[in-house]
Ligand binder design. Sequence first.
Ligand code: ADP
Ligand code: MG
Length: 600
Amino acid sequence: MDIIQLLPEHVANQIAAGEVVQRPASVVKELLENAIDAGADTIKLLVKDAGRTLVQVIDNGKGMSVTDARMSFERHATSKIRKTEDLFHLHTKGFRGEALASIAAVSQVELKTRQKEDEIGTKIAIEGSKVLSQEPIATPPGTSIAVKNLFYNIPARRNFLKSDTQEIRHVIDELQRIALSHPEVTFFMYHNDNEVYHLPASNLKKRIVNIFGVKINEKLVPIEEQTDIVKISGFIAKPEFAKKKRGEQFFFVNNRFIRSNYFNHAVRMAFEGLVTGEQHPGFFLFLEVPSHTIDINIHPTKTEIKFDNENDLYAILYATVKHSLGQYNVAPVLDFNRDSVLDLPYQYKDKLPHKEPEIRVDRTYNPFQKEEKNNGFERKTENWEALYNGIQAINIPESETKERELESAMLFEHSDIKTQQLQNKYIVSTIKSGLVFIHQSRAHQRILYEAFLEKMNSGEVHSQQLLFPLQLHFSKSEILIIKELVEELMACGFTFETIKEEYLIVNGLPPQLEETQVAALFEEILESKEENYGTETFNYLEYLARLLAKNAAIKVGQTLHEKAQEELVDNLFNCKEPGISPNGKPCFTTLTLEEIDKRL
Ligand code: ADP
Ligand code: MG
């Protein structure tokens, strides 16, 4: 019996659409690329409900004839290539002729288009690949494509979409990529009728500033290199502005955004010694190569490219970035406490006394010197017996809270704890069983974290009012994200005088947080790529408590006088879970006498 059948066309289309259209952002990408390919110099993107209900792109490009308008929704219908060779000399974004067919298979599309030379335009309504109507219409030259109710006919895929916060981020990512590679084109973006971007036609540097906000201006170092096989241009961000999470990293090859771990690595290596292992340098790099040396065909959504001469490109990229860093005299900076200061918006930075970054080392510390003053180490020998009979060392990450509380209460011999700071990093104290080493920063984070959480949950918010409110600048898209978190931020103690399109004014801070730490905190909130961020189960209060604690906590490298040390120890062991920092790292460890004895 024969059992093989051809799939009905609409099913085939839906399956194929899965490759091209994963989420609203994929539609945005395809429509924007088509508008660019059509030679538009002004492009408007309208989005509703993070693209779930509407993605519309309006351009003033060359438009389509009546026949082309209808043809454009056919699979493999493209005006961009005619013969195989064309594939190797692409200068358009699209070439597969699949996007519109795929989009129309999974949504309700309304197309309006007119060529300049035609008097009347065409309107087509199409739904799940079925043409519902086609009629002449008066419309401005150019094309408008409205994609409504994405995945209306595939509930499974609709349910698969993430929160609005996440989906709109993807949309914004796509717009940013296209807008960066076409600064000569004017872009508008609206989300739920609010303007997210108005990017006037300009040069690359202004475009970067318009997208990422004025504060990025002073970070950019230009890059320019021309060799036989590649031309490199663009900007890198000075190493001191490198971010902890991958942020502003953009590679474009022949003006097409690509991802490349290999090239990323080249840039990283060029920054070696200038950024720490956890930091990611920012860059906007444009590579131009002869189109026959690349194959952009390997990935359906085309963010990966195969190169003929990858190794050469790596070497050139590395050398070019390194050269620029040298040329602009961007010297290494090493200072543990610099983050909050350097991340301040520039108008505040000027007001701060200029201080050379420094490495803080306790020069008087000598691990081999016999301690003679009345301090923790001395007490150790005094109370030898008691120590030796003390409780066993406790193991860190176990979190049997009850037991731990008991243990910590029993941990210290006397109520008057004597402490000693080690390398401005650890607080050392004697305990019955030996020594405890407390990580000062993590311990303080734990203390603050529990305090913040308690305040937030009890609803009794305290806020320190600022005499001079802080003005912080952000890009419009960043402000949107902040707006979504306003309630939670206020629950922590922030108060805002105003939140405008590109800046906000903070006039009240959570207790413990200092003015100089605010900018860094917001940066971190915006950079967050935490798993589940933006999903329903994500606990923003807990997350903010963690960030606040991290930013407000005592840092490694900070000298603490005796009183502060003792308070820290005291407060830590009054915590519910003194053993682990809010980020899951141990706060302290112990060294028992037995262990010491074994070594001696
Ligand atoms: P591709 O871009 O790969 O050619 P698409 O499915 O994205 O495939 O588009 C099909 C065709 O429709 C394009 O080749 C182009 O001729 C036409 N088209 C699509 N969008 C526009 C637009 N905004 N303006 C003019 N023509 C367009
Ligand atoms: Mg296309």
